[in-house]
Design a protein around this ligand. Sequence first.
Ligand code: 6PG
Length: 275
Amino acid sequence: MKPGNHEHRIEPDPDIQPIGVEQGDPIPDPPALPGMVEAFDESESVLDRLASNLVVHALECVRRFGDFQLALSGGSTPMPLYQRLMIDPAYRRMPWRKTHLWIVDERRVPFDDDRSNFKHIKEIIGDHSDIPENQVHPIEATRDDAAESYEKTLQEVLGWREKGQDRLDFVLLGMGPDGHTASLFPNSRALDVDDRLVTLNDGPTVVPPDRVTMTYKLINASRMIVPLVMGKGKAEMIHRVATGDDGSHEIPIKGIKPIGGQLAWYLDTAACGKG
Ligand code: 6PG
């Protein structure tokens, strides 16, 4: 998984039809965030747009690589997206059988703890899609070697891909009001880890319990990085990301800079500070 200068985008496949769902009107003049910004009035439209693009990207990756490497975040914002993907017939083309499901970050609690991201993602997706069990990759967060062992699994699975393509295809991120993303919290030690794909994180700025998280190195090497940010509690931080000159230690999401891949933000009106 070596960063290189080559492009990781894949060209749209003309044989793959777009998903036909109603989508609302985009918000004019969304915040000037780095990368692409998709912003809609209604949170429903944000979720539909994101779900449609996710399914098409998944189909393109399966066509091109034979599988789709998807990493999902926890938190409350993306749960309705996961539900929509499972329930809405519009998304039944999602190639779950060819998908590997990864977890972006995890609290260091057992799987049956309500704070476990995997618990919720498994209940919504793992248990109700036809994704094969051996393609679902929880972080065994309570193990001492949780980070090393997850990194090893990532390398083993992605190692089947051709060199240069051995990367995650789609990483769904959230953002906290403090600007954290994944479990990369302001001024925390995980921000400086540049030689690992996964690491532990703790310290005064890390909202307890301690965490295991994908690093910038892994996330930034991905083909598609997608922060989904909704609600007025996030508006001030979105404004700072778009206009301020803070660095990534103050605002960790500013350290998300794809190497050859694409960054696409999905926002609702409230997160844009409008409405
Ligand atoms: C987690 C996350 C974290 C999350 C943000 C936003 O496990 O909590 O991966 O980075 O995405 O804290 O969370 P909300 O969606 O709940 O606001």
